[in-house]
Design a protein around this ligand. Structure first.
Ligand code: ADP
Ligand code: MG
Length: 469
């Protein structure tokens, strides 16, 4: 064999494509081994014949292609159906080039065939799986959004309803950042980067989100980076509406506050009765004599006024607005308010405040409620009286730290873990909601509440709050 022929022969039988060479009439001149495998014909059987490899329905297509081939054009990656010797068929990817003689006349064609049935089957399966996956997502009762590179790809029915859309389609292509506070964008971009490194759902984080009609609502979001289920990588986010939960949390905070007030009423009534008794005495004397006692009476009246006012402010439902307030003042007013309760338990309260206490951004009534809860617990832990030390410190890390240290009975280690769970109480008239509510309030202020305790030595509660710049 000449070198050239040898090269052509090896090429024909090395390639993984079926090769067929035909003359201008379609009569087979040669085929390779792969072609034999693909169609089930032997080379000897087909040479010199016109092969029925084109199904009837594709004859017109074939004719059109034949025309362009005759004109010297190439056909590349054409998908069609090809027949085997036994009449079965497969999906083929076909490329055909015209063969030309020295004058440039088309004298035949060389065709390359590849069986892509398996590839097609996988593709279709994937498509079917994606369809099923989307169906599952669509009907999932939890609001779910698929997004990629910050753009929404899919919104299920629940999410469409949550955001106030009329059809899921109207969200597709929107930027996910259109549904957040603009200032949150950087944080969210970072978070998405993090989640792409994980292979599980992220923890739920709270965010304020925007509906179609421009109203805001509180939501919590957890996302996962999925790339298997659907054929291409995408972020899948579950969004839960927190509006109802927030409402019931607020209701718990409110009712805990009312029960707190009820429990303190005895001490406060006592504190009002004392000055009233002395006022009554002085009025009796006043009737008989001159007015030397008026100054004392005025002081007592002031005190009654203060106690009653504080009581009323606490009891009244307040609007929960964040505002700048002075922590030292909050602490001081809570101490004055709880003075009667402390008297009842024979407890002294000492304060130790840093000079440069900055203002904090908070809901003042809620912080007061936390301080009342904690101070009241501290007072009630000291059955034989004692000293409570409250310190307010300006921490170096832009944190304000309020500590309340008592000398009470303390809390055993196993109970310490239960603190903050609802309804854990050791008191006859306790609700066991105090610390839970405290934790919730402090967390919603982006702070931390921690408790250290040693049995029979006392307990220290630390509250950490961020200092706003
Ligand atoms: P309540 O005061 O209604 O019992 P809390 O949630 O405020 O509910 O407190 C739960 C329990 O934690 C209390 O009943 C008490 O046993 C324990 N506790 C809280 N603070 C202290 C403290 N400073 N010293 C000792 N025990 C405490
Ligand atoms: Mg309590």
């Amino acid at each position: 064999m000449k070198l050239k022929e040898y090269l052509i022969d090896s090429f024909m039988n090395l390639t993984s494509d079926g090769i067929v060479i035909v003359d201008i009439n379609g009569t087979v001149l040669d085929v390779n081994k792969k072609f034999e495998e693909l169609h089930g014909w032997m080379r000897e059987e087909v040479i010199g014949h016109i092969l029925p490899t084109t199904p009837h329905d594709f004859k017109e297509d074939a004719l059109r292609l034949y025309q362009s081939l005759i004109n010297g054009e190439q056909i590349k990656d054409f998908e069609t159906i090809k027949l085997r010797k036994d009449g079965t068929s497969f999906i083929a990817n076909v490329s055909v080039s015209p063969l030309k003689d020295n004058d440039g006349c088309v004298v035949g064609f060389i065709g390359l065939e590849r069986d892509i049935s398996e590839k097609k089957r996988v593709e279709e399966e994937l498509l079917e799986r994606e369809k099923q996956y989307r169906r599952l997502l669509k009907l999932n009762p939890e609001p779910i959004v698929l997004h990629k590179d910050g753009l929404i790809q899919f919104v299920n029915d629940a999410a469409c309803k949550l955001f106030g859309g009329t059809s899921s389609d109207e969200f597709i292509g929107n930027s996910i950042y259109d549904y957040f506070f603009p200032k949150d964008k950087d944080v969210i971009v970072d978070r998405i980067d993090q989640i792409m490194q994980m292979d599980n759902y992220s923890d739920f984080v709270e965010r304020t989100m925007l509906k179609k009609d421009g109203t805001f609502f509180d939501a919590e979001i957890s996302s996962i980076y999925v790339y298997k289920n659907i054929g291409y990588p995408v972020m899948q986010s579950v969004i839960r509406d927190l509006t109802e939960r927030k409402k019931s949390e607020e209701a718990i905070i409110r009712s805990e506050k009312l029960s707190l007030i009820g429990q303190l009423a005895a001490g406060i009534a006592h504190d009002i009765r004392n000055p009233l008794t002395s006022l009554k005495g002085f009025v009796h004397l006043l009737k008989a004599k001159n007015a030397d006692y008026v100054d004392v009476m005025m002081e007592e009246l002031e005190h009654i006024n203060y106690v009653v006012n504080e009581f009323m402010t606490l009891a009244k439902p307040h609007l929960n607005y964040y505002m700048e307030s002075n922590p030292s003042e909050l602490v001081q007013s809570v101490i004055s308010f709880l003075q009667p309760h402390a008297h009842l338990y024979n407890v002294q309260i000492q304060t130790n405040m840093d000079q440069d206490i900055p203002v904090i951004y908070c809901i003042p009534d809620q912080i007061k409620q936390v301080l009342i809860n904690i101070l009241k617990n501290a007072i009630e832990s000291m059955l034989n009286g004692g000293l409570i030390q409250i310190s307010v410190r300006n921490d170096a890390n832009h944190k304000l730290i309020i500590s309340v240290q008592d000398q009470g009975v303390g809390i055993s280690e196993d109970k310490l873990t239960q603190l903050g769970e609802p309804f854990f109480t050791t008191k006859v008239n306790g609700t066991g909601l105090g610390l839970m509510v405290c934790k919730r309030i402090i967390h919603s202020h982006n702070g931390e509440l921690s408790i250290q305790s040693k049995i029979n030595h006392g307990t220290t509660v630390h509250i950490e709050l961020p200092i706003t710049k």
